[in-house]
Design a protein around this ligand. Structure first.
Ligand code: KIV
Ligand code: NA
Length: 264
């Protein structure tokens, strides 16, 4: 059997060739990403991308486990990281361990990710000391959208940079093996990358991060509006809609099914 990438292997990629990461929520998409990425994130963005929720706030542990299981089944090589959803870890390190351990045991994922810097350091330490690899996530943290007042790029005011760098250092010192840096000014992302010895995975951050991640559906052009930091590497949405319109027309005009699609 092919071994998956491990947390120590990812951690050792600091300053090496860029780490390729993407999200996936289903087995067939995971199988495709698995051919090309070292990390597949089962992001809580699935609440918005797959389930039509207005934010990630309503995502549950059960949803993360169900999609995590699908992604594990569809892949064999990438490290699978599963997001801890809002309200599954913020109360206490014990609550976080209970839910993270359940996610790891029921999905077989290699690590969990949780949002927050210094304020989550004690929790990250509690998990990593008990056998749960943790990926950090700082900068724009979507689960805090209500306190941030929306999805806002962080670090526009340079006076806030030291606090963000302290967050990165706190996550590293707590034992995280890597760190997502989302939606921050490029210069801040560069300073964070230089400030920590663990790989930074950028999204809306900097080309000099140790890796990059995007939401798969966004980069495939399957989502409607996407943030400015997304490059659409594909245009699948309009093509899928064309195919659906073709099908509807073929049914209405009795061009489908044709002779090849019926048993005689
Ligand atoms: O939920 C998610 O997809 C994420 C990535 C965008 C980092 O957290
Ligand atoms: Na997320």
């Amino acid at each position: 059997p092919i071994r998956r990438f491990t947390a120590p292997q990812i951690a050792a990629r600091k300053g090496q060739t860029p780490i390729v990461a993407l999200t996936a929520y289903t087995a067939p998409m995971a199988a495709m990403v698995d051919q090309h990425a070292e990390i597949i994130l089962v992001g809580d963005s699935l609440g918005m991308v797959v389930h039509g929720l207005p934010s990630t706030i309503g995502v549950t542990v059960e949803m993360m486990i169900l999609h995590g299981q699908a992604v594990l089944r569809g892949s064999q090589r990438a490290m699978i990281v599963v997001d801890m959803p809002f309200r599954s870890y913020e109360e206490s390190p014990q609550q976080a361990f209970r839910n993270a351990a359940r996610i790891m045991a029921e999905t077989g994922c290699g690590a969990v990710k949780l949002e927050g810097g210094a304020r989550m350091a004690q929790t990250i330490r509690f998990l990593t000391e008990r056998g749960i690899p943790v990926m950090g996530h700082i900068g724009l943290t979507p689960q805090a959208t209500n306190t941030m007042g929306g999805f806002k790029t962080q670090g526009r005011d340079e006076a806030t940079w030291p606090a963000h760098i302290q967050d990165a250092r706190a996550v590293e010192e707590a034992g995280a093996f890597s760190l997502v840096v989302e939606g921050v000014m490029e210069g801040l992302a560069d300073q964070i990358t230089q400030a920590v010895a663990i790989p930074t995975i950028g999204i809306g951050a900097s080309a000099r991060c140790d890796g990059q991640i995007l939401v798969l559906d966004d980069m495939l052009g399957l989502s409607g509006r996407v943030p400015r930091f997304v490059q659409k590497f594909g245009d699948l949405g309009p093509r899928a809609e064309e195919a659906i319109a073709d099908y509807a027309d073929a049914v209405r005009t009795r061009r489908f099914p044709g002779t090849d699609q019926v048993y005689r």
